[in-house]
Design a protein around this ligand. Structure first.
Ligand SMILES: Nc1ncnc2c1ncn2[C@@H]1O[C@H](COP(=O)(O)OP(=O)(O)OP(=O)(O)O)[C@@H](O)[C@H]1O
Length: 467
């Protein structure tokens, strides 16, 4: 067929469509469409972007088929493709502009910017290809969480809703969350999954407040089938966002749409979390991801080293697993460390090689500075009690020593943020991050504090604590 024929045919179809489609829709959706190819079996039309593609498919597919039939007596399948040159440039704002224009004309009954947001979120999902069920080692510490994740991945919205997974840092929660997303997406690309960190959810909400568009933010979630939020404990103390999340949660739950959440602690231990959210988070299944056993760690080292192209032998796997106990991210760090050094020195990773080089990342338990020692010295030097340091007291005379203790614990030990937080009576690992930043700042401004920290560090480890 010549391009003139295509052009004429499409003009005729568009004219037919004018009968069926309101002027407003006609110019919004069909203005920049083009007939790319035509046979009696397939009609291919190009459109500007995915938003328009979706609107036409949802609302006007049959209109087009009917119009084509009227024009030439054929009933081809309809295919809408996005114009090649637009694919790259098409960003969120492009979609949003269109969607907002449409919405303004349509009135408030629908908010198509959701499509824009879905696209934006999809672009951001960026799942890690390695975080699949196949690459996840199952052991007693994560068996239930893994089984629940698989069940949800196979039947979203039908088994455990919400699925709430919690555990300390680096134990595989994100891996499982993403494995669910991979599975659902590979079964059907039709599912609109949104995978957000809690911080992203909070930021998006704040932006919508700033732009006076909270309703739009809410409506965004109406078009999503599966909502996955990592690190939901960041909702702690954020009252307005909790309120908003409550609405979003209800919308999903009532529509039998799947909600999947991860957190560093169980719902009832997330500080300052509204009771109605706590109870909702428990409606489905709350499942812990715990510290892996020795055998699981060995299996993880085997699998990870194989995936990285250099399988470690049994004795190396065991050595690494005996020495790195509480965090799989650190286990992976040790594997990477050995791989990098073996590459650098052009040596095989034998047990001797591992013993020699892992010294740099492993601190033997007996020589590791222990948290009670730090607590004792800090309490003495700041003239407070250990009970004060572990209390919830918020007076400055207690808060600064407590933050100094966390700061030193982070600096001088290998304990995880959560372990340090727990030791100082806190539940959230971000408290430690905050304390570290705070003390770093304070010691720059406060000479006395700086000197006290130098002194304490010397007493703890015999070294200076200059930043
Ligand atoms: N059971 C497992 N099998 C294989 N790899 C695992 C397993 N558990 C964790 N990992 C790996 O450990 C690393 C850290 O896991 P992940 O990021 O999922 O932890 P997390 O619990 O989400 O931590 P955080 O709370 O810090 O976000 C990842 O590389 C992940 O692939």
């Amino acid at each position: 067929m010549t391009s003139d024929y295509n052009k004429n045919l499409w003009n005729a179809v568009l004219a037919e469509l004018e009968e069926k489609v309101s002027n407003r829709h006609h110019s919004l959706w069909f203005q920049n469409t083009e007939l790319i190819s035509y046979s009696k079996d397939l009609l291919t039309i190009s459109v500007e972007n995915e938003f328009i593609q979706q609107r036409i498919l949802e609302n006007h597919k049959q209109d087009i088929v009917d119009a084509v039939f009227k024009c030439c007596g054929d009933q081809p399948e309809l295919e809408l493709i996005i114009r090649e040159e637009n694919k790259e440039e098409q960003g969120f704002f492009d979609f949003e502009e269109k969607a907002n224009a449409y919405w303004q004309q349509e009135g408030a009954k629908e908010f198509p910017a959701v499509h824009a947001n879905i696209e934006a979120v999809k672009q951001r999902i960026q799942l890690n290809d390695l975080y699949t069920f196949d690459n996840f080692v199952v052991g007693p510490s994560n068996q239930l969480a893994h089984a629940a994740a698989l069940a949800v991945a196979n039947k979203p919205g039908e088994t455990y809703n919400p699925l709430f997974m919690y555990g300390a840092v680096g134990l595989g929660k994100t891996h499982l969350l993403q494995a669910i997303c991979h599975n659902i997406l590979s079964a059907s690309e039709k599912h609109n999954i949104v995978y957000l960190s809690c911080e992203e959810f909070i930021n998006q909400f704040i932006t919508s407040v700033e732009h006076g568009n909270v309703e739009g933010f809410r409506q965004t979630f109406r078009y999503i089938d599966i909502l996955v939020i990592d690190d939901i404990h960041f909702l702690a103390n954020k009252e307005r966002t909790q309120e908003e999340f409550f609405h979003v949660f209800n919308m999903f739950y009532n529509a039998h749409k799947q909600i999947i959440l991860s957190s560093d602690s169980p719902p009832s231990e997330i500080p300052e979390l509204r009771e109605r959210l706590v109870s909702r988070f428990k409606w489905g299944l709350v499942s812990q991801v715990d510290v892996p056993t020795f055998e699981t760690r060995v299996a993880i080292v085997k699998k990870k080293s194989r995936l990285k192209g250099t399988p470690f032998n049994d004795s190396v796997c065991q050595y690494v697993s005996e020495n790195i106990v509480s965090n799989i991210r650190e286990l992976e760090g040790a594997i990477n460390h050995l791989l990098a050094l073996s590459d650098l020195h052009k040596q095989n990773i034998t047990i001797e090689f591992a013993q020699q080089h892992l010294k740099e990342v492993i601190i033997p338990e007996e020589t590791m500075i222990q948290l009670p020692l730090i607590m004792n010295v800090v309490a003495k030097e700041f003239n407070v009690t250990i009970a004060d340091l572990q209390s919830k007291k918020r007076h400055k005379s207690i808060v600064v020593p407590r933050q100094a203790g966390m700061y030193l614990a982070k600096k001088l030990t290998n304990y995880s943020l959560l372990e340090i937080a727990n030791f100082f009576g806190k539940r959230d690992h971000t408290t430690v991050l905050h304390a570290v930043e705070k003390i770093k700042d304070l010691r720059k401004q406060d000479k006395d504090l700086h000197e006290k920290l130098v002194d304490i560090e010397y007493k703890i480890s015999g070294t200076d604590s200059h930043e």
